[in-house]
Design a protein around this ligand. Structure first.
Ligand SMILES: [Zn+2]
Length: 387
């Protein structure tokens, strides 16, 4: 059997296998059951969260020989050809490479021919926001008065770029990012299928890196599985990909708060010598400070924090005030932006960190106000004593 990437192998084949998009799935199922089929659907949301998969599943539901049904059989010629991408009545178009008005005119002419074997003629247009204005106008005429058998499913990562005239003629479905635990669960299943041992913290790290996109998570999983020799561990990932451990990030911040310039700079050197890039270090430190901010606001869910509680509740961190955590996070975010244009990333990073060592002396506006008020009262009392 030829090698198949995990994102393709685990592409959901029916609504039951979909992860995360409960609202979309339930609404689609209800409308199919009630036989309220729209002529134009618009799926919007981030990449890699299931828009195209859902479009194909919807096409199967509508064109299955046993359909329209919410549970397509998966074995009839229609279901099989849609799954293989070879159905002549389900046409997939990449909006990114078919952007011109002529491309849309071809669709407009073709749609006049009835489906050859299936119930509906379904056009799935991915990245629809890439179409030109004139192409949108040509498309508009078709979706305003579609032949009864024609159905359009548009997908976009950038809803705001789709003209309002098109949006208002579509049933709109917002897709959301997947939660960390949903992605981790899918990765666990993927590892089991491949008969690969995988430590939970390693899969959790992959899920965190994917920032809500299932496809990105599977791609990274494949990359990691390839060098892990049957057992995926966080240590192997850190070594092979040149990453920093959570413990080192936590230690770095503790040293910053301690104010010891020398120790901080030595730890930075140690980390960079292991092959970690400056931008990776800034990225991870930013994530850690964000987690600290959330943790101090009472958030305890690991899937939202992205770090384990034991890293975040170190004694050193309790010395920081809320505004000091805010200023540290802000500093790192600004640094992240500046690094893109700087040639000496390392010097820029070290300078920022050394300055950040003064963090314990920083006062927020509110604290400054309190201190000043206190100072004023003390002065007033002194004046009274003198008189
Ligand atoms: Zn079928």
């Amino acid at each position: 059997m030829s090698y198949e990437v995990t994102a393709t192998r685990r592409r959901p084949k029916n609504f039951l296998e979909m992860t995360g998009q409960e609202f979309v799935i339930t609404t689609l199922q209800k409308s199919i059951e009630a036989n309220r089929i729209a002529h134009a659907y618009l799926f919007s949301g981030p990449r890699g969260v299931g828009k195209t998969s859902t479009a194909r599943i919807l096409a199967k539901c509508l064109n299955c020989e046993k359909g329209p049904t919410v549970t397509p059989c998966g074995v009839c010629p229609s279901c099989v050809s849609i799954a293989a991408g070879s159905s002549i009545d389900v046409i997939e178009i990449d909006g990114a490479s078919n952007t011109s008005v002529n491309d849309v005119r071809v669709i407009r002419d073709e749609v006049l021919f009835a489906p050859s074997s299936a119930r509906y003629k379904i056009y799935i247009i991915d990245e629809v926001h890439m179409l030109s204005n004139s192409a949108f106008n040509a498309l508009l005429k078709t979706i305003e008065e579609p032949p009864p058998y024609a159905i359009f499913i548009f997908a976009t990562t950038e809803l705001h770029k789709v003209p309002a005239t098109i949006r208002s003629r579509c049933q709109q479905f917002p897709f959301r990012l997947l939660h960390l635990d949903e992605i981790t669960a899918n990765l666990e299943a993927a590892a089991q299928e491949l008969k690969v041992n995988a430590d939970r913290d390693a899969l959790f790290w992959i899920a965190k890196e994917a920032t809500g996109s299932m496809r990105d998570a599977y791609t990274l999983f494949d990359q990691v599985a390839a060098f892990s020799e049957g057992h995926i561990t966080l240590k192997k990932i850190q070594e092979k990909l040149g990453l920093i451990g959570e413990d080192q990030i936590s230690e770095l911040l503790a040293l910053v708060i301690g104010g010891g310039h020398q120790k901080v700079l030595e730890l930075i050197d140690l980390i960079l010598m292991k092959g970690v890039s400056v931008s990776q270090l800034v990225h991870d430190l930013t994530d850690f400070l964000r987690a600290l901010l959330l943790y101090r606001s009472g958030i305890r869910r690991e899937s939202l924090l992205g770090f384990s509680e034991e890293r975040l509740n170190r004694e050193e961190f309790t010395k920081l005030t809320q505004s000091q955590v805010e200023i540290a996070l802000e500093t790192m975010l600004t640094l992240g932006q500046r690094l893109r244009e700087n040639v000496n990333l390392r010097a820029e990073f070290e300078l920022t960190i050394v300055r950040l060592c003064n963090l314990p002396y920083y006062l927020g506006t509110e604290e400054l106000f309190q201190k000043l008020t206190q100072f004023k009262e003390e002065l007033a009392q002194l004046a009274v004593k003198k008189n």
